[in-house]
Structure formats: C-alpha cells, structure tokens
Design a binder for this molecule. Structure first.
Ligand code: SF4
Length: 321
C-alpha cells in the first residue's frame, strides 16, 4: 500500500507528553510513550480540562454519582455544585469531529476527564470510592468513535495489551491509507486477504464473519460494506492473541513451506512452535525461524501477510512471553 512512510497520528492526553497541564501544575510524562512509541507515531496532545477553559493550577475534579446509578458527573472536589460534565462532553464532541485521520488515542489513567476504565466514582460522603467510572472526555470519545483504538498509558506496561494496541493502531493506519487512495471492492478484498492470519490469531469467528461480508461485497453498497467491515475488524483485533492461537496460525503457515524442509528443519520449527504454545519462548522465536525458511523458499501469498510483520520490528512487541 502507498504512503507507508507516513507515521500514524495519535491523540494523547497532554500531560503524558510532559506538559504541565495538571490541576496541580505538574505533568505525568511517560518515557515509554515519548521515547519509544514517539519514534513511530505523531502525537497530537489534548488536555480536556484546559480545553474547557480551566486554568492551571486549578481545583481538582472528581466523578460523583448516586449509589449504583449510571448517571455520573464530573464536579469540583471542594464544591459538587460546580459541574463540568456538559462542558467536557461538548469539548469531546468537538475533538471527535476532527479525528477522522487519527489511528488511535492514548489517555491518562485514573483521570476523571481522561481515564478509560476503573476511574474512582464517589457515591457517598466519607465512603470509599467505587472504581467503575470512565473519564468524561474518554467516555464520549469511545462512544462516538467505537472503532478507534484507545488505550491507557498504565495498561501499556502489560506486553500483551501493548502489542494489541499497537497492532490495532497500525491496522487502522493501513485502513486509512487504503481509503485515502479511493476505495474499490478489489482493495477491500485484498486488505482482507492480507490480514487473514492476523485476524485469525485474534478471533477466528469474527474473521469468518468478515469473510462472509467480503463474499457479499458485489451485492452491497461498497461504502456501507466498508463501514461495517471496519467496526468488525476493530472488534476482532480487540481480542487478545495468545500462545495457543499463535501456535495454530504458525502451524498453518508452516504448511506452505513444509514440503521444502528436511526432517531436522521441520522438527526444529515444530519444537519452537510447541515451546511457544507452552509459553517457554516468545512468539518472535518461531516467527524468526519461519521467516528464515520463507526467505529460502519464498511464497508470495505468505510474504504479503501482515501477521508476520504487523508493526515495526524495532518496537520488539513480540519479544515477551
Ligand atoms: S489527565 Fe487529561 S485533563 Fe488531566 S491534565 Fe492530563 S490531559 Fe489534562
């Protein structure tokens, strides 16, 4: 696909980049985000609380609700009648309308504005908070753009969540590059074909659902089909890959070269796939050997599969167990 040199554009909570925008005048600089991910993504910072006109420093905000009720409000800690819910929601709507070129979003955990999950909600005076909230800004972001990969910086320390998020971002970026060139039915079929093993390693049954959608493409309006495909695609990739699913996909790919391998080579590859299934080696180990065999015995269909290189190798996202 074209434009491969363009970096994916990501929205991000400003304080994670080191901007001193927090209520106390501080920041929450995340060095993995700026030092590592920053080499591969273009970040566009947003601070929702500054975006609604609040100064820095400012009185802190928290989420409150009636016990067990769904309606959650963002209010000043010292005076619950000062309610920022509407302003934060309006700001989020405005930001969402300009996010069509964005491939993902990284938000600050625990924040009543930016947190993605388990944000403290205060239900009763002098009682411990319940961790059931979503920051006001991020709640609207996820509701209005359900297909957009969104992740908290705290969860990016988990290797599987990190790999999953970055895979979704790069897949979204490939999708956006395809649309930028003008979508054709053939593009959509090719996109699906090249993502086959990547989709299978995340969620086989949604992969099959996507396949049925593609098979019906000639009888449907292309744009409607593409919109449905994108929602399903991102839902599929949200499922975490695991060693068992990787082992199944690797065995499948091995089938394309195994006739060319001698007995020792076959058993070495099988051993490494099994070692990964048993979580003794990271998935990069059998993939590296498989790639070595694929270089000796090229196969066009496999070479075009994004499964083997869904994101830059230098990020080393497949090097953990
Ligand atoms: S968490 Fe969000 S609202 Fe709070 S300082 Fe960071 S960017 Fe601003």
């Amino acid at each position: 696909m074209a434009h491969s040199e363009e970096k994916p554009k990501l929205g991000i909570s400003s304080c994670l980049l080191g901007s001193e925008v927090r209520y106390d005048g501080g920041h929450k600089h995340n060095t993995y985000v700026t030092g590592t991910l920053g080499q591969y993504f273009d970040f566009v910072p947003f601070c929702p609380e500054q975006g609604i006109g609040l100064p820095t420093p400012r009185p802190p905000i928290r989420l409150v609700a009636e016990p067990g009720q769904a309606l959650i409000r963002a209010v000043e800690v010292r005076d619950a009648t000062v309610d920022f819910s509407k302003a934060l929601d309006e700001f989020a709507k405005k930001v969402c309308n300009g996010l069509s070129e964005y491939s993902g979003y990284i938000v600050k955990k625990d924040s009543p504005s930016c947190g993605m999950e388990r944000v403290k909600v205060y239900e009763k005076e002098n009682a411990p908070a319940v961790k059931r909230g979503v920051g006001m800004f991020t709640a609207r972001l996820m509701q209005q753009r359900p297909e957009l990969p969104v992740e908290e910086e705290g969860r990016l320390t988990d290797p599987r969540l990190r790999e999953n998020f970055v895979t979704r971002v790069f897949t979204m970026h490939r999708w956006q590059q395809m649309l930028a060139d003008g979508l054709t039915a053939q593009d959509l079929v090719e996109f699906h074909t090249r993502h086959k093993f990547l989709l299978q390693v995340h969620y086989e049954s949604t992969y099959r659902e996507l396949g049925r959608l593609i098979a019906d493409i000639g009888n449907r309006d292309l744009e409607t089909c593409a919109a449905e495909y994108l929602q399903l695609l991102m839902r599929c990739l949200k499922h975490l890959a695991d060693p068992g699913k990787h082992a199944n996909v690797l065995m499948h790919i091995m089938g394309f070269v195994k006739e060319k391998l001698n007995t020792d080579e076959k058993s070495e590859l099988l051993d490494l796939i099994e070692a990964h299934r048993l979580e003794m080696v990271p998935v990069i180990v059998p993939i590296t050997l498989l790639n070595h065999f694929l270089r000796r015995f090229p196969n066009d269909y496999i070479a075009r599969q994004y499964y083997l290189a869904p994101h830059p190798r230098e990020l080393m996202l497949r090097n953990s167990i």
